[in-house]
Design a protein around this ligand. Structure first.
Ligand SMILES: *Cc1c(COP(=O)(O)O)cnc(C)c1O
Length: 362
């Protein structure tokens, strides 16, 4: 049976090293924001070539903390993609601002910078770009739009750990880059976790307070903050896995290359690569016109798949009271997208079988 993902396999790969470090943490008596967290933040700073990094509780919190650090809230607008995980827009709404959705490029699934420009208003405070499926969006162009209009730029890098744009790591273009260590992401821990890469010392200081109830010292609460800390166990695991990230990303790329080389079916559209970006394939997402028929075909041969995403964000019930207009590209893509299994431990034989089944579809 082929699996859509298989997290146990990656644990097996590192189990001795991970068990040893986790036992050390358990015996240390220090469980939250300790030496392992500091080491992870330093290792990440080096890996990303980022000015500052701070860990937190999740990718969602990374977004919320970033928006709060920029004082984005009531009556503010943040332009983002409608084709992303719900948390991207949810974070904007949670700080009191309004998500404004810019339509996507249907070939790369990423936000189209041309559509961002049209939506800038007096209320716009920031652009929250999303590097969807592990491929950076047009980060330089978006940075330029932000600069010309005095807007902040936050990158949602939950799916793009290790991805580059013009040889520079995603998450280092905007004022902040928000990463998630949810188990199925490119770099996953064994629970929830997140990290923010930050350009500016002022924002770094603010986020450091925000993640621990608005202060860093005992009895210091300068503003209303959060409990959003990373624990030592997750940090220790992430420090180990970070050493192997290049290999893990290479394995994803090898599988994607197999898909590109072996899938040949005029009914199937393969995902496009932006030549400026190095895709990390957190997802490998196809488009097919009669999706129901295609999914029945995959079901018949026991090929697992995911539908990321079946609806534009503005269509979820949570936003049903808002006055969002339908955006043509995301409407089309949400009806056609299908993601095939892709994770470092997926056996090549399974990939071959998936390709055969996809090619047999007519
Ligand atoms: C996973 C994800 C998030 C949220 O990350 P969590 O760590 O699960 O909170 C946000 N944005 C995108 C695009 C994601 O894929």
């Amino acid at each position: 049976m082929i699996k859509l993902f298989d997290l146990k396999k990656q644990y097996k790969l590192f189990d001795h090293k991970i068990n040893k470090e986790v036992l050390k943490v358990l015996a240390s008596g220090n469980y939250i924001l300790g030496n392992n967290v500091t080491k992870l933040e330093n290792d990440m700073k080096k890996y990303l070539e980022s000015k500052y990094t701070l860990s937190c509780n999740s990718g969602t919190d990374a977004l919320i903390l970033s928006l709060r650090a920029l004082d984005i809230g009531n009556n503010d607008e943040v332009i983002t993609s409608p084709f992303t995980y719900f948390a991207t827009a949810e974070a904007i709404s949670l700080v009191g601002a309004k998500p404004i959705f810019a339509d996507i490029n249907p070939d790369t699934f990423n936000i189209n910078p041309m559509n961002i420009k049209k939506l800038i208003s007096k209320r716009t405070k920031a652009i929250l770009s999303v590097n969807i499926f592990g491929q950076a969006c047009e980060l330089n162009e978006i940075n330029l739009i932000a600069k010309e209009n005095s807007l902040y730029h936050i990158e949602d890098c939950a799916q793009s750990f290790g991805a580059t744009y013009m040889s520079k790591q995603s998450g280092t273009f905007g004022d902040m880059g928000c990463f998630s260590f949810f188990p199925t992401k490119n770099l996953g821990c064994f629970g929830d976790g997140g990290l923010i890469s930050i350009k500016n010392k002022k924002h770094f200081d603010k986020i450091k307070k925000l993640r621990t109830h608005g202060g860093i010292k005992r009895n210091q609460h300068d503003f209303i903050g959060y409990n959003s800390r990373l624990d030592e166990i997750q940090a220790a695991i992430l420090c180990i896995k970070l050493k192997y990230i290049k290999k893990l990303l290479k394995q994803r790329k090898n599988i994607a290359e197999k898909y590109y080389n072996l899938i040949c079916n005029e009914k199937i559209k393969l995902p496009s690569c932006n030549l400026n970006a190095n895709h990390t394939y957190n997802q490998f997402t196809l488009r097919v016109q009669n999706r129901t028929k295609f999914l029945n075909h995959l079901d018949k041969y026991n090929i697992p798949y995911g539908i990321y995403y079946s609806q534009p964000i503005y269509k979820y019930k949570a936003y049903s009271n808002s006055d969002y207009k339908l955006l043509p590209m995301v409407e089309k893509v949400t009806k056609e997208c299908v993601s095939l299994p892709i994770y470092p431990e997926l056996p090549i034989n399974d990939v071959n079988n998936i390709c055969k089944v996809v090619n047999r579809y007519e």
